[in-house]
Design a protein. Sequence first.
Length: 208
Amino acid sequence: MQLLLTDRLACPRCGPAFGLILLADKLVERRVHDGVLGCPNCRDSFSIRDGFADLRAPPRGELGVGLAGAAGEEIEDASRSMALLGLVGGGGTVALIGQAARQGAALARELADLQIVAIDADLQSWNDVPGVSRIVAAPGLPFFSRTLRGVVVDGRLGTHLIGEACRVVAQRSRVLVVRAPDDTDRVLEESGLTVLAREPETVVAARG
């Protein structure tokens, strides 16, 4: 996990008003390999093991099966996401949720100044990739509100996560929903975003 990402993280249990404090056991070239993220409000802690951060609120239990599958990448989908999110350079943080997490390595290569956060349970078994932070999160997204430059969310994960994606994107930033359910437009618009483009099972919206 990239060290700078900790500045964006909020407590999964207490919500976006409460940040997390990192206690790193192993830190190499500004990447956290092992450690704990602690909340000063609820006193809960969230582990980082082999670069993978478990940011699930209790009850945690065993990790289930995600949508990302075995290690690999989707270069063509990454190029498409980059275009639909309007990413042409500069810094910031982009989250890729579900199967979209497979685009992380390709996006990191194309846009080296971005922090890429790949979010899916399957990523626990993946190796670290430069520029990509691997996490799992539940029930929402563990980021401060209106701080991310873009989010790609797999609509199969439900409208709750689509709403969370809307909450965390900054002004003039976009949410891309792939495999979008029928009520995606409603969720986006009720969250204050404007729908910019719509294709079969794909919707792009922006915070004005």
